[in-house]
Design a protein around this ligand. Sequence first.
Ligand SMILES: Cc1cc2nc3c(=O)[nH]c(=O)nc-3n(C[C@H](O)[C@H](O)[C@H](O)COP(=O)(O)OP(=O)(O)OC[C@H]3O[C@@H](n4cnc5c(N)ncnc54)[C@H](O)[C@@H]3O)c2cc1C
Length: 440
Amino acid sequence: MILSGWGRFPRQDCRVTRPRGEAGLKDLVAAGGLIARGNGRAYGDSALSRRNTVDMRGFNRLLAFDPESGRLTAEAGVLLQDVISVFLPRGWFPAVTPGTKYVTLGGMIAADVHGKNHHKDGSFGAFVDWIDVMGRDGEVRRCSRDREAELFGWTLGGMGLTGVILRAAFRLRPVDSAWIRQTAIPTANLAETMKCFSDHRTATYAVAWVDCLAGGGGLGRSLVLLGEHARREELPAKKRQAPYAVPARRRLSLPFEVPDFLLNSLTLRAFNTFYYHRGRQGAGERLVDWDSFFYPLDSLLGWNRIYGRRGFAQFQCVLPLERSQAGLSALLEATSRAGRGSFLAVLKRLGRQESRISFPMEGYTLALDFPISPGAQRLLAELDRIAIDHGGRFYLAKDGRMPAQTLHRADPRAEIFRARREGLGLAEVFASAQSERLRL
Ligand SMILES: Cc1cc2nc3c(=O)[nH]c(=O)nc-3n(C[C@H](O)[C@H](O)[C@H](O)COP(=O)(O)OP(=O)(O)OC[C@H]3O[C@@H](n4cnc5c(N)ncnc54)[C@H](O)[C@@H]3O)c2cc1C
């Protein structure tokens, strides 16, 4: 069947299988050439294999929970939204979450996702105690920081290329309510935006929506959102009665693809300007429910169709702290100059992280979306160059188009990973369209 990631680019004709249990999965592993797929929320081709894309959503049981430590054991195909709907009413929330709840645990571990709290808490992997991984011989190995530590280390962020994750034990965080105390701070330019992150380093959550079409003195103007889990006593009396209840959000669904002619620099500029000014008006502190704070995009189901039939690519890099300001200015200038701003431009400050292959490093990460076109491809290549010149690296969960040499120039760990996979005979068994394109 024709399959793609969330960006709907590239699309490939893939054989898809849905094993029922471990025995079925073992047979598929023996045949080789497979990649595990969670809920398809990676943007590009990391969960695509022409030979065999293994849909893991059938492995979806919650297995055990320890209310003392908040440790949940669950199968890899469980959706994050199911974890939230079962555990938030009991006072627990994911310690790290990406910007959508429609991801599986396997996908979160394979991409070692980061949230708006990376600067404080690190990536999802920091909360994973162990994982069960099916290797090339069909055996399932339990690995952790003390046991099979190599396999554990390469599997976090390893994009499914070390084996199939079957189960995981990970810790949730206790929360007192389903509400977030959000503070919105508009900034006038990049220097102010970065200063705002720096001044609020102790905030639990921090993210900026950048108006990526503003140039000149307004380059990098943003709306910075900070957040803290609200304690019960901070809620108004009415909400305190039922602190985990929030109003149901209306879900809109995009019923058709937006025609390409509507996606031009004028509509993008109008959207960015509107978003920025609306944000300015809403500046200050208010209570928002967890769903609106963490997952604003999830309320518009199928919004990936907004970019038209050709699909879109997301560019996401992280730049080391000391070179972030120069690098971000150059990235935003190139974007603004090309008149190809994206609907979404998200900036976060990441904290320190030592990992074998996971994406984060201490610095700033910028994510931009571009509808696919020859002009966008040229701009993306320019953004790649700028990121590399500033010591940056790229997020594989967002990539669907980088040339192999770009990745290998940016990230020396890629060659170590490749050699390791080859040495262990993993490359012929676990392979995605992305691993082949990027020579991993
Ligand atoms: C709106 C939106 C916002 C996002 N925000 C963020 C964010 O803030 N931070 C962030 O870090 N990411 C973010 N992402 C990216 C997303 O979190 C990751 O791509 C995640 O991996 C998707 O999970 P999935 O279950 O859909 O996996 P898929 O897209 O199906 O697969 C992604 C990767 O995981 C591997 N994989 C999946 N299941 C398994 C398994 N059982 N065993 C082994 N490998 C497996 C696949 O092989 C593939 O390499 C966002 C994505 C979207 C669409």
